[in-house]
Write a protein that binds this ligand. Structure first.
Ligand SMILES: [Zn+2]
Length: 482
């Protein structure tokens, strides 16, 4: 996602491979060991998570559910604006309870829910889908949910000028795109819509030919029959729900490849060679990022152009608005940086979105400096004057006003902070650790204590006061001389 205030892009995304071969159900079976409740960096089987209640947005998500795998079958009728869905959700109950609670917008009407193959009672008050069924801690269940309706985007808790809603968005001619940070996946499927609960996904999307449905991950099949085009997608590394995306429309696919061999696809409206030409700068940016951050963390990368004012990185598929700014190489680098910072390692909850945006912004600045032949300090000098006002307006980066999600305060202050740390540690040590953090937390979640403690341990210095001043302070710390 990009910042509205200063016109920069912020992004999000992720994915993982190796579906577990669970053969459970009907009903329930024991899971493999429960992931550690405290250490977010503990290795977890694909899809297993330690869900929490979000401190900023507690009404979305439920820590009683650990979603493991979503299979989404989506049929879109653009004339009627009608979505018909069949969802198979495999989950782990995290506690003994008499129900399971998921997020699902009231615009969608649930036809039937089964659990373990048997019809289950359910209620759908507001945006909650509550399935009445006894569940036991650490046992797995399979829900099949059939639903339909005319999805609407949901209000976003933001004061940004480039977006006010999130989730499923239908254009005037019936095309569709989704961007859903910090939440809004529940506008189109039943989901535990909170970033601590990563899961695997596959998709089957049926749309009228010649339109095509695009989603995260690998395109496994594309077939056309009886006037419908059906695409199948697999996301085989776990993703937080905000990083899951679907787009439907008249889109052309162009293949590319990074210097390191990562397959890249560009999805653009027909005849927009100008946009395609901008996107083709991505391999150059990716080569630079891989030098800084290590190998690209997923198996593939896509770029998708939609009719939006905003842009956002989703896991393995970067969604960009149809503007020259959104497709600038600086923005492409920012969004690709999120594949490491945001997607590979993801904040436990939204209070720590600075972990994504601060580093992506800093890395964008480092790219800009090198690409334009200036110094990182010169870029930071341009950004620094506005920081105090952003901090005052929206709050400290790690303790901000929840109604001001994605404000400039979570971008610029933390970017300046990382630059201060770079100067303190020296470039070699700093970049070594910038690269080591996501590599050591592959497909994990992390919180404020996790990352700040890790940096102190790795450097042998107690950096707690440094981080607290930059992230929790009400005034901007003094920058050191370059
Ligand atoms: Zn970003």
């Amino acid at each position: 996602m990009r910042t509205g205030a200063v016109g920069l892009t912020l992004a999000i995304g992720l994915l993982l491979a190796a579906c577990s071969s669970d053969q459970d159900e009907p009903g329930a079976t024991p899971t493999s060991p429960t992931p550690s409740a405290s250490s977010s960096s503990a290795p977890v089987a694909p899809g297993l998570s330690t869900p929490v209640e979000d401190r900023l947005y507690p009404d979305v998500g439920d820590p009683g559910v650990d979603a493991l795998h979503y299979r989404l079958g989506l049929d879109w009728d653009p004339d009627a604006r009608l979505l018909t869905g069949t969802e198979t959700l495999r989950l782990r109950a995290t506690t003994d309870a008499d129900h399971l609670r998921l997020d699902l917008a009231a615009d969608l009407s649930v036809d039937k829910v089964t659990i373990g193959g048997k019809a289950a009672r359910f209620s759908h008050p507001g945006k909650d889908l509550v399935v009445s069924h006894p569940v036991e801690r650490d046992r797995r269940y399979t829900l099949v949910i059939t639903y339909s309706g005319r999805p609407q985007p949901v209000p976003a808790p933001t004061q940004r000028s480039d977006f006010s809603t999130s989730g499923w968005t239908t254009t005037s001619d019936g095309e569709v795109w989704t961007m859903q940070e910090p939440y809004g996946a529940y506008s189109w499927y039943a989901v535990n819509d909170q970033p601590s609960d990563k899961a695997l996904y596959d998709f089957r999307i049926s749309v009228p030919t010649p339109w095509v449905g695009v989603a995260n991950g690998r395109l496994d099949a594309r077939t056309t029959r009886a006037g419908r085009t059906i695409t199948r997608w697999t996301l085989d590394e776990p993703a937080a729900s905000y990083l899951v995306t679907v787009a439907i429309g008249d889109l052309e696919m162009t293949r590319d490849r990074s210097a390191s061999g990562v397959p890249i696809t560009y999805w653009t409206p027909p005849g927009r060679d100008d946009l395609l030409s901008d996107l083709r700068q991505a391999p150059r940016g990716l080569a630079w990022l891989e030098k800084r951050l290590g190998p690209f963390p997923f198996d593939s990368l896509g770029f998708l152009i939609v009719d939006s004012e905003s842009g956002m990185e989703t896991q393995t598929m970067i969604t960009l608005g149809d503007t020259a700014y959104a497709t600038s190489t600086d923005v492409l680098v920012h969004e690709m940086a999120h594949q490491w910072y945001g997607d590979q390692v993801t904040p436990v909850d939204w209070r720590d979105v600075w972990m994504n945006e601060g580093m992506a912004m800093f890395i964008q600045g480092a790219w800009t400096a090198e690409d334009s032949g200036t110094s990182i300090e010169a870029v930071m000098d341009q950004w620094a004057p506005g920081e105090a006002a952003l901090r005052k307006q929206y709050g400290p980066p790690a303790d901000f006003d929840p109604t001001a999600f994605g404000g400039g305060n979570v971008y610029y202050g933390p970017a300046l902070m990382w630059d201060e740390l770079r100067k303190r540690l020296g470039d070699d040590e700093f970049w070594r650790l910038v690269r080591a953090w996501p590599a050591g937390h592959d497909n994990a979640n992390a919180d404020y204590a996790d990352i700040t403690t890790w940096w102190s341990e790795q450097t042998g210095e107690d950096l707690s006061g440094f981080f607290d001043a930059w992230l929790l302070g009400t005034t901007t710390p003094t920058r050191s001389a370059g």
